[in-house]
Design a protein around this ligand. Structure first.
Ligand code: NAD
Ligand code: TYD
Length: 348
């Protein structure tokens, strides 16, 4: 059967890499990118494939049930890969309801649209993309497994945990075919510069302070975004109904060490004296309820689906820094609040 895959959040950071990968790798699939183009969505991320004959963009909010129904009918959607979300923990602390709306209600709207439009559930798949943050915070030992109990600590992770539960409930109750993956922190091109790595790159470039929360001792497990997109491809095609797959890079770093690495790489790239950018490091008030450590055990996806990260962290950071330094207009557009400029100029 020919697939018409609805990818939500495809104009965002991870979604844009997933859309580009699927459009290029699977010319027989029709990829429909559905995105509301919030501050985090930018069609400039997709200029490489925007004219491909197997690609369509739909500017739709997942809170709009009627529009979701129209999109399912118009494109005869066969499968969903759901990435659209509010994704930044700090924003969830100031505006939790926005996260409930998009991440919880939006996900249920999408599940309902699929449940209603699809007739023979065994022929379709609803793939929900989630985060390791649903498992809560680790001490210095241990890893998150697929069997680890949910224990979300921030409004963001609580909303993602809730959406994961709804997806599993639709599998159990209505027998919708589903898979879920929970991934660690991503970095790479197209990430909005509010998250740690692109924020530091942008601030170093502009000689602005690098705000490190608390003592910088919190630990995250980092994965290059293209490797996450490759994992999503594998889970979509080979994941088993009802299963969860953890995705991670076995690559833990303290925040302060990441910031120092970025300073070192940027000093070289910008021709600054060694140690120059480190002077920008500024310890600031800690994030409320800051999770101490995330660490994924990705052995299930490695063993069962034969996926593993392809890039070493040093290489990934180098590529990321090069990308941000080479894409000044992109940075200017997204940081000036002019994030819809590309859409207005190319689509309206
Ligand atoms: P992002 O914030 O960069 O992109 C989110 C996209 O969703 C944007 O294009 C935005 O316009 C769109 N969107 C937001 N609200 C919408 C709505 N109501 N209707 C339609 N579109 C809407 O996020 P990201 O970092 O690319 O994350 C994508 C997914 O992956 C999210 O579900 C996130 O929870 C998950 N995830 C992210 C990470 C990470 O490190 N960034 C790690 C694991 C999982
Ligand atoms: P972030 O990129 O926001 O991802 P998440 O909170 O989802 O893990 O933050 C990564 C880590 O960096 C996290 O421990 C918070 C910290 N951090 C800072 O120290 N300073 C910053 O300006 C930001 C945005 C994050």
């Amino acid at each position: 059967m020919k697939k018409n895959i609805l990818i939500t959040g495809g104009a965002g950071f991870i979604g844009s890499h997933v859309v580009a990968l699927f459009v290029k790798k699977y010319p027989d699939y029709h990829i429909i990118n559905l995105d509301a183009l919030t501050y985090a969505g930018n069609l400039e991320n997709l200029k490489e494939i925007e004219n491909a004959s197997n690609y369509t963009f739909e500017k739709v909010d997942i809170l709009d049930e009627a529009e979701l129904t129209r999109v399912f009918h118009t494109h005869q959607v066969t499968d969903v890969i759901h990435l659209a979300a509010e994704s930044h923990v700090d924003r969830s602390i100031t505006d939790p309801l926005a996260f409930v709306r998009t991440n919880v209600i939006g996900t249920v709207n999408l599940l309902n649209a699929a449940k209603t439009y699809w007739k023979e559930y065994e022929k379709h798949l609803f793939y929900h993309v989630s985060t390791d943050e649903v498992y809560g915070s680790l001490d210095d030992g241990g890893f998150f497994l697929e069997t680890t109990s949910y224990d979300p600590q921030s409004p963001y992770s609580a909303s993602k945990a809730s959406s994961d539960h709804f997806v599993r409930a639709y599998n159990n109750t209505y027998k919708l075919r589903i898979v879920i993956s929970n991934c660690s922190n991503n970095y790479g091109p197209n990430q909005f510069p509010e998250k740690l790595i692109p924020l530091c790159i942008n601030n170093i470039k502009n000689n602005k302070p690098l705000p490190v929360y608390g003592k910088g001792e919190n630990i995250r497990d980092w994965l290059y975004v293209v490797d996450h997109a490759r994992a999503i491809d594998v889970v979509f095609h080979s994941g088993k109904n009802g299963e969860t797959y953890n995705i991670g890079g076995f690559n833990e770093w303290k925040n302060i060490d990441i910031v120092r690495v970025l300073c070192e790489v940027m000093d070289k790239k910008l021709g600054r004296e060694k140690g120059e950018s480190e002077k920008l490091i500024t310890f600031v008030k800690d994030r409320a309820g800051h999770d101490h450590r995330y660490a994924i055990d990705a052995s299930k996806i490695q063993k069962e689906l034969d996926w593993e990260p392809s890039l070493q962290f040093e290489e990934g950071i180098e590529k990321t820094v090069d990308w941000y330094l080479g894409n000044e207009t992109w940075l200017e557009n997204v940081t000036s609040g002019n994030y819809q400029k590309y859409y207005e100029e190319h689509y309206e």
